[in-house]
Ligand binder design. Structure first.
Ligand code: ZN
Length: 291
């Protein structure tokens, strides 16, 4: 089974009929949906800028420069390419699970939580944890600006449920999330985008924690070199396919290319057993469904 473990739900973009056809065309069986953190913006930077960005990511000496490009936070949001976008602190999980209800054969739902918002994260988790599409919790401490310790109560509940947490980490948070993972061994912890923004600096340490994983999503944050390195460092039992859709490469007709990263993984890792794990086997094991 092929599962995209990381896709942001924008109702206008996520036309179910069209998405179903796209998934069929690309050989993707399931999508794990999560809420929006900001309005949609085009993240296509052009080949040259993208190559420079990808070569700099993870290297400490470029961190100040990188922060100016990808972490240019303002009072209300974030500036990307000179345009300011608001950041949403009140997650719309209702929309995500309503979409799951319309296509239970295609969709799983992450509960997005934000300890900085008005909605209590544990209450929000409890509101959705019995939903048939529920698979775990998404947290974005990078855009939502909080210390990962704020997620402790959510981690305790996920430990009881034996369900995963997927996180888009901020700078200098790896050590603290590692401690949370160690203290909650039945909660798989998936670091989005190959453990952005620390990347290879933390892979050796991450490899030693049985319940820590990464996803391979985002064609902006992960180039081919980074993708190959992370799978080599952690192995296919700790890495999983995700797109970060609808952010990323779009097709000439203007729709998000949901198959881009899948095709990349198939090309880079021709071994069928490795492919099976990367494209869905590993994630299916974490969420307790049959691969
Ligand atoms: Zn994302």
């Amino acid at each position: 089974m092929v599962i995209d473990c990381h896709y942001h739900y924008y109702p206008d973009e996520f036309d179910l009929m069209r998405k179903r056809a796209e998934m069929k065309r690309e050989g993707i069986d399931k999508i794990a949906l999560m809420g929006q953190i900001n309005p949609f913006f085009s993240a296509e930077l052009g080949e040259e800028v993208l190559a420079q960005l990808q070569a700099a990511l993870g290297h400490k000496e470029y961190e100040p420069m990188l922060k100016g490009v990808i972490a240019d936070f303002t009072e209300k949001g974030i500036r990307m390419g000179g345009v300011e976008y608001p950041i949403f602190f009140e997650p719309d999980n209702e929309g995500v699970f309503a979409a799951c209800d319309k296509a239970p054969d295609l969709l799983y739902g992450w509960v997005l939580v934000c300890p900085k918002g008005k909605i209590n994260p544990v209450e929000e988790l409890k509101r959705w944890e019995k939903h048939p599409a529920f698979i775990g919790v998404k947290a974005h401490p990078f855009y939502h600006h909080y210390a990962v310790e704020a997620l402790e109560p959510v981690a305790r509940r996920l430990q009881e449920l034996k369900k995963p947490m997927i996180l888009h980490l901020a700078y200098d948070q790896f050590e603290n999330i590692r401690k949370i993972a160690l203290a909650h061994p039945d909660m798989p912890v998936i670091l989005a985008h190959a453990a952005f923004p620390d990347f290879f600096n933390c892979w050796e340490s991450l490899a030693k924690v049985p319940n820590m994983y990464v996803d391979l999503s985002s064609d902006a944050y992960l180039g081919e070199a980074m993708t190959v390195s992370v799978v080599k460092a952690l192995g296919p039992d700790k890495c999983m396919f995700g797109t970060d859709g609808p952010f990323g490469i779009h097709r000439p007709d203007g729709t998000f290319d949901i198959g881009f990263i899948k095709r990349r993984l198939e090309r880079l890792f021709p071994d069928k057993e490795v492919q099976q794990k990367l494209l869905g086997g590993t994630f299916a094991r974490l969420i307790g469904v049959k691969a």
